[in-house]
Design a protein. Structure first.
Length: 127
């Protein structure tokens, strides 16, 4: 329910009104797991095609704030956001993953690679 609300309702609002992004950043500091997850998932659009249309710096800012989170649902959310960001920014995401291989949980790292071509994914998983 959290995820559907985030990508169907919050994403269009935050995208249409960029000033709301400061709220997304504040959610990364919440004590509540699903508020932190909302910070990640609200940057993903529902539907097909390119699902993350935000400036990559904004995406990486949110990911950087949550990449060390111990909660499994946050780790999966980090990977999910990176996975869909890869569609529009493949080189930037691969570079980010290479630079942060030691800072991301294996769960986040593995999820982030789901849309990457098989050969590249195999190389990256060996890092």
């Amino acid at each position: 329910m959290c995820d559907q609300f985030c990508y169907r309702v919050l994403n269009p609002l935050v995208y249409k009104y960029p000033g709301l992004f400061k709220n997304v950043l504040s959610w990364t500091e919440s004590d509540k797991t699903y508020v932190r997850r909302a910070a990640l998932v609200s940057l993903i659009r529902s539907g097909k095609g390119i699902r993350v249309k935000y400036d990559i710096k904004k995406v990486f800012t949110v990911v950087d704030k949550l990449k060390d989170d111990d909660e499994l649902h946050i780790q999966k959310g980090v990977g999910w956001l990176l996975k869909y960001t890869y569609q529009a920014n493949p080189a930037e995401v691969i570079n980010y993953l290479k630079e942060n291989v030691d800072n991301l949980s294996r769960t986040s790292f593995r999820y982030a690679l789901e849309k990457v071509p098989k050969e590249t994914r195999q190389v990256m998983m060996k890092l």
